[in-house]
Structure formats: structure tokens, C-alpha cells
Design a protein around this ligand. Sequence first.
Ligand code: UT7
Length: 323
Amino acid sequence: MAGRSVVVGVGHYLPERVVQNAEFENTLETTDEWIRTRSGIERRHFAAEDETTSDLATNAAKAALADAGLTADDIDAIVLATSTADLTFPSAATMVQARLGMTRGFAFDVQAVCAGFVFALSNANALILSGQAKRVLVIGAETFSRIMDWTDRSTCVLFGDGAGALVLEEQQGQGTSDDRGILATDLNSDGRYKDLLYVDGGVSTQSTGHLRMQGNQVFRHAVEKLAKTAEIALERAGLNSDDVDWIVPHQANIRIIQGTAKKMGLPMDNVIVTVQDHGNTSAASIPLALSVGKQRGQIKQGDLIVTEAIGGGLAWGAVALRW
Ligand code: UT7
């Protein structure tokens, strides 16, 4: 017997406002065609002016709890991945905790930018396996529209807002790769690459700042690092890419998604793709894709999933799990 962190609920929330690529043609030297062919993005959602990351996160959390048939009283911890928290502190996670009416347990944010959800999942799994929590809400939520430079066509057309959430529950498995739940994780970062993707402001520099990215440089790292981290997570679970039912990748660029699948020797039929509808929602993209993938009837109980993500830091990683 072995403890496993099993997904018992999933949900997501997207802000109402949808912005099509063509809208950017009014204010920038860009075209729907460029955005579509270079990134795969067709539209994205933007939060309303008075809508914050914790609002999106709370809605996603409620959807995941409803899917699990649980209430906030059943949850021991909230781990929320975000780089765009409402306030410098307290954490967005504690705001969600209050909004859910959860008066016990603990909540905290994880910041690993676009790889945030993979880091949050890995941390939540460790909390469960070490006996510190039995059920954990793991959320990815972002309002990247707040850190866009709307005059920079190389970044502002790529990102969107949204939130997704999972409920993880401790269950007993056999200790084999046939078990449901998280089977293995792999986390990495290399701070030497800070200048490839960062926000040029923050509390200690006394400004909010805007996202800056050398997109083609990040691209160069992405495919190789993502395929490698996915392979390592699978190997640690005693599996390889032939066993994978679904790659659920961070949704930044369709060409990165295709390149990674190809490097892993898998066809696009085995990949959940939502980038066309959501753009890059950073830490929210994987739980959004998991929720949409389940809603579409693609992801089913027992499926072997590998999630992988890379972003600012650089930080990257993967999680192998059986749904
Ligand atoms: O989620 C976190 C991790 N982030 C990522 O994974 C993003 C990774 N990078 C990418 O997705 C791609 O690099 C981009 C979509 C950002 C850019 O695609 P690219 O094929 O790497 O293009 P590029 O940056 O090399 O730029 C090609 C050209 C440039 O013009 P010149 O220098 O060749 O004349 C850009 O100025 O495209 C130009 N360009 C645009 N043109 C029209 C850049 N942005 C735009 C735009 N519309 N919005």
C-alpha cells in the first residue's frame, strides 16, 4: 500500500470578456494572421477592471469543489500558483480561503510563473504524502492583462486571464504506476536566464512593472527542456511516452506544444490544446486545460497524463499522474 494524491475534482473559470486577435489590429502593427501562425492564439479572456486574481481563483475553486462533491470544510490546505496576486500580501490563497468560508487549515501562494501549477501540484503532493493534509485545493490563477505593456506587440497579444483548480485527495494505492493519482514529479530552475522573461518592476524596486520577454530565446529552451522534464517524470514513475494518454502542456505557443509532442514521439491526437481560446494564462493554463479536456470528454478516469511547463526564471517541470 502507498499513499497517493488523487484528483477527485476539477473546475475552471474564465472572465466574461473575450478579445479576438483582430482587436489588436486597431492599436498595434500586427495582424490576426501573424498572431495565429506564430503562436496558435485566436482569442483570450481579459478580467473586468474590478475583477482580481482571487476572484477568478475562488470561482475555479468552487467549480472544482462542486465537481468533487465536497465543501470547503473538507479541505485542509490551499496551494495557489500565481505571479499576479491581488496584493503584495496577504497571499491570494488566504483570500480564497476566506471567500470559500474555510476557517481551518492553511493556504499559501507559489510563484514559479508559467511553471507555477506544476510546482504547486508537486508541493501539494508532498503535503499529502507527508501527512500534513488529506485534501488540498490546488489552484492556478492569473490576471496577466495587468502586467502587459499595451504598446509592445511582441508580448501583449500573447497572454490572457483565467483560473483552474483541482482537488487532490489522499487515497491508498498499490505503489505501482497503475495507481490513480500523482505518480512522479520533476522540478527545475536556472536563475541565470532571468533576463529572458521577467517583469521590470516589483515591491522592492517600487513599481508594478511590465512583462518583458525575449520570446525567441525562451522558445529555444522550451522544446528541449519540456520534453526532457516530461521524460524524467515518466521515468521516475516507471513509465515512458508510449504509456501516455494525454500530454497536458502549458499553453504558450502551439509550435512549442507540437515540437514537444514530436520530441516525445507522440501525435497531436494525444495532446490537450486550448491555447487558441485562452492565450497564455501562465500558471492557470494547465488546470484550465485539464478542466476543459475533461469537459470535452477527452480526459477519462484511469488515463495517464503528463503535464509540463516552462516560464520565467527560467523555471520548468513536469508531473506524471493517473486521472
Ligand atoms: O509562457 C512562458 C513562456 N513563454 C513562451 O513560451 C513564449 C515563447 N516564445 C514564443 O512563443 C515565440 O517566440 C513568439 C510567439 C513570442 C514569437 O515568435 P517567433 O517566431 O519567435 O518570432 P520572433 O520573436 O523571432 O519575431 C519575428 C518577427 C520580428 O520581426 P523582425 O525582427 O523579423 O523584422 C518581430 O518584430 O515578428 C515580429 N513581431 C510581430 N509582428 C507582427 C513580433 N510580434 C509581432 C506581432 N505582430 N504581434
